[in-house]
Design a protein around this ligand. Structure first.
Ligand SMILES: [Zn+2]
Length: 459
């Protein structure tokens, strides 16, 4: 036995119980009240929860956007994530115009190889559907990429039309893929953005005012209807508002296979942040935008009632200096995205579990077990079970923290959560049985992360 963890309380999406865990060859080999076998290393988890590492289903590392590139690559991004207790990411490989999907995924694999400090996988974003690309979709599933992202927004760039979306859904159903949808009405947004700019409305707040919640609600409703016509399951990414949540709830109440995620920023930040002095509002320019605070309670209820199944980050960091500033003269030139990969578990634990909104088991489901189940990683990831990868977090529920760009590990010059404080963070983080973070020190190695070949949806 390589390693054993003693003295802790195991927590998964279903259970909470005291146990010792034995690890060999990167996997969990024993779970018992008491493990007598000798181990090369013993970790003391006294006072800690021992839980499966977080899985972030929505990240954009080393991603080109609007003439620049997100500043965390697969090394800095996964390392920062590890400090917060996340041990797998599924990033988006985004098809360029005319590019094959195989080439797209290979491009992203090259970004990750030699860099990632823990395991990673990819979704493929289909932005230019041709007959050849449609025919390539089953090969993506066979290659371990069983999730396709579609955009109903970003007209003239990433957006596809309803017909293309319908065809992708049909093929996804055949080959066992889950289609993920960015749900905003790109045609309407395009008009609103042009109108605002023509009136000289260029400050960051107009980014939000030109992307109203109704445009998200409409696209969510339409996306669900189109998926239902195709007979395919659908996953709505970064849901922000009650207009969209109502559509997801309605579909789920009808028994349709519709799933959705939200992100910490939509639970904790609001439209008011766009009104911060000077150009500060640019820090929060992301799509969909932050909404009115009155949505927070609805989103928390969605998480409790399982109308929302997953919390991911949409981590897409751009520096305030030099990158966000590209939009000083026009909000439309501000690169879209914000950092968060490091703080997802801490924020959800503090504001969800500690404040009594969700249980510890529900927390584990939202950040680890449900992502593993929906995206073909269960039971290898998202579980504490014999045979599962030893991606484990020793979580100290009393450890205090305060978030600051001065001390965070993300490679970006600001955080939307500057000054936010709470309790509960990792004491030790393991990836495949190796300690990669211990007592706030990184002990991992770039390049040790493996590409995750995921199973088809529901198979
Ligand atoms: Zn995204």
């Amino acid at each position: 036995m390589d390693l054993k963890i003693v003295g802790g309380t195991v927590v998964t999406d279903r259970e909470t119980y005291p146990a010792e865990i034995g690890v060999a060859g990167g996997r969990i080999v024993q779970i018992a009240q008491k493990i007598d076998a000798e181990a090369g290393q013993t970790l003391d988890a006294a006072g800690c929860y021992v839980m499966p590492g977080g899985i972030d289903m929505h990240t954009h590392l080393d991603m080109p956007f609007g003439g620049t590139v997100s500043v965390d690559d697969f090394e800095t991004g996964t390392r920062a994530a590890a400090f917060g207790g996340t041990t797998s990411v599924i990033d988006f490989a985004i098809q360029g115009k005319g590019q094959s999907l195989t080439d797209t995924v290979n491009t992203w694999k090259k970004k990750a190889e030699g860099k990632a400090v823990f395991d990673y996988g990819f979704h493929v974003a289909v932005t230019d559907l041709t007959e050849a690309v449609l025919a390539e979709l089953p090969a993506m599933v066979a290659a371990g990429v069983p999730s396709f992202k579609c955009f109903l927004a970003y007209k003239g760039a990433l957006m596809i039309d309803d017909g293309a979306f319908f065809r992708i859904l049909g093929k996804a159903k055949e080959c066992g893929a889950l289609v993920m949808l960015h749900a905003e009405n790109g045609e309407i947004l395009d008009v609103l953005i042009k109108n605002a700019l023509a009136k000289g409305q260029t400050e960051p707040k107009y980014h939000a005012l030109t992307r109203p919640p109704e445009a998200e609600g409409e696209a969510t409703s339409r996306g669900i209807a189109i998926a239902h016509m195709a007979g395919a399951p659908l996953y709505i990414v970064h849901l922000t508002c009650r207009e969209a949540l109502a559509e997801v709830k309605r579909a789920r109440d009808l028994g349709w296979p519709v799933y959705a995620e939200t992100c910490p920023q939509y639970l904790l930040k609001s439209f008011d942040n766009y009104l911060e002095p000077g150009f500060e509002g640019a820090k929060y320019v992301m799509s969909p935008p932050l909404r009115d605070k009155s949505n927070w309670a609805d989103l928390w209820t969605g998480l409790v009632m399982d109308d929302l199944q997953v919390v991911s980050t949409d981590h897409c960091p751009f520096n305030f200096k030099g990158q966000k500033e590209m939009g000083l003269k026009s909000f439309a030139q501000i690169p879209n995205g914000a950092p968060g990969i490091e703080h997802r578990l801490m924020l959800l634990y503090q504001f969800g579990v500690r404040q009594g909104r969700i249980s510890m088991n529900r927390f584990m489901d939202l950040v680890s077990a449900a992502p593993a189940r929906l995206f073909g990683l269960s039971p290898r990831k998202g579980a504490v079970a014999v045979g599962s990868d030893a991606d484990l977090v020793l979580w100290d529920p009393e450890a205090a923290w305060e978030i600051s760009a001065q001390t965070h590990h993300q490679n970006v010059d600001y955080t939307p959560y500057e000054g936010v404080s709470g309790k509960g963070k990792p004491r030790v983080v393991l990836s495949a049985g190796r300690v990669i973070v211990q007592e706030d020190r990184f002990t991992g190695q770039p390049g040790t992360g493996r590409f995750l070949e995921r199973r088809p949806f529901g198979r």
